[in-house]
Design a protein around this ligand. Structure first.
Ligand SMILES: O=C(O)C[C@H]1C=CC(=O)O1
Length: 93
């Protein structure tokens, strides 16, 4: 199942710098492990924003929720999930 996910990062300005750097480093490692596994095949920075558009390829809504809620930055993100279906005009389908 494919999902389009928008993540808007909203780290509080008063967060301790060391905690912020450690959390962002853990986020990067978590994300890259999922990218290597194939569960998170695409991630794109949205120009001019601390936000990304991502594609997830997972087995279920529950799996996606588990992945997203495990993001170290999850408490500091607004997340919008859009389920994707095959388009009838897609030449690859
Ligand atoms: O920077 C972001 O867009 C937030 C987050 C998603 C993956 C990652 O490494 O950081």
């Amino acid at each position: 199942m494919l999902f389009h996910v928008r993540m808007d990062v909203r780290i509080p300005h008063d967060m301790d710098l060391t905690v912020r750097e450690e959390t962002v480093a853990r986020e990067k490692a978590y994300s890259q492990e999922l990218q290597r596994s194939g569960k998170w095949p695409q991630i794109w920075r949205i120009v001019g924003e601390y936000s990304n558009y991502s594609i997830f390829d997972v087995e279920s809504n529950d799996e996606l929720h588990e992945i997203l809620s495990g993001l170290p930055l999850f408490p500091y993100m607004d997340i919008t999930v859009t389920p994707l279906a095959t388009h009838p005009s897609d030449v690859k389908a």
